[in-house]
Write a protein that binds this ligand. Structure first.
Ligand SMILES: CC(C)(COP(=O)(O)OP(=O)(O)OC[C@H]1O[C@@H](n2cnc3c(N)ncnc32)[C@H](O)[C@@H]1OP(=O)(O)O)[C@@H](O)C(=O)NCCC(=O)NCCS
Length: 184
């Protein structure tokens, strides 16, 4: 069996927020955002695309936020003041301190409008220009077409497939390991 590794695409220009969205703000996540973030994390499409359990409680969300390691960046997207997405980078430690692990979730009713792209543009700016991270990595289920399209747009490449990664909706689902190197 052979695994096809995609060739590096260092020639690809970075799409820095290529669609301006009127009324959209990206800012740091504050403790007061917990209830709105919990609402997003409990939505069906978000559970489908992430490791989160359906019916995740506000307390689970609070503990997750509180447990983020020091050096992590946590952001939220606000559309006309409503919290519609959240994303972040967990900066790894020790000999992997050049690596950031990325996660993101956009409210079910606000997906496919460019909000995930705006969040990713902000994270990549933070990673490249402020944290000096060399490698950004994430996992995404193989059938999450919007997620895979978004990550490829920002220069992430598929490095391999994690078989039967997660139990979801009564069946195991595979996940792609994706990463983006900043070799600039
Ligand atoms: C994945 C997710 C973060 C993407 O956020 P989003 O706001 O919907 O993303 P955007 O609208 O910025 O971009 C989506 C891209 O996918 C494309 N896309 C959407 N559906 C697609 C499909 N079925 N096939 C291929 N591409 C698709 C869109 O055209 C867009 O690309 P473009 O900007 O080049 O037009 C969001 O859908 C989400 O939170 N899903 C649930 C949780 C989740 O899956 N989190 C990620 C875990 S890795």
């Amino acid at each position: 069996m052979s695994i096809e590794i995609e060739q590096p695409r260092n020639d690809v220009a970075m799409p820095v927020q290529d669609r301006m969205i009127s009324g959209l703000t990206i800012r740091v996540r504050e403790p007061d955002d917990c209830a709105a973030v919990a609402e997003i994390m409990a939505l069906p499409k978000v559970s489908w695309g992430t490791h989160w359990m359906p019916f995740a409680s506000r307390e689970q969300t609070r503990q997750w936020i509180a447990g983020m390691p020091e050096g992590s960046i946590q952001t939220v997207a606000l559309l006309e003041g409503k919290l519609v997405g959240t994303a972040g980078i967990i900066a790894l430690k020790g000999r992997r301190n050049h690596v950031g692990a990325i996660w993101m979730a956009v409210h079910d009713e606000f997906q496919n409008r460019g909000i995930g792209s705006a969040l990713m543009a902000a994270l990549i700016d933070a990673a490249d220009n402020w944290l000096n991270l060399r490698r950004l990595e994430l996992t995404v289920y193989v059938d999450n077409d919007a997620g895979v399209a978004l990550y490829k747009k920002f220069g992430f490449q598929i490095e391999g497939t994690r078989r039967q990664d997660t139990f979801r909706g009564g069946a195991f689902v595979d996940a792609f390991a994706m990463a983006r190197l900043n070799e600039g």
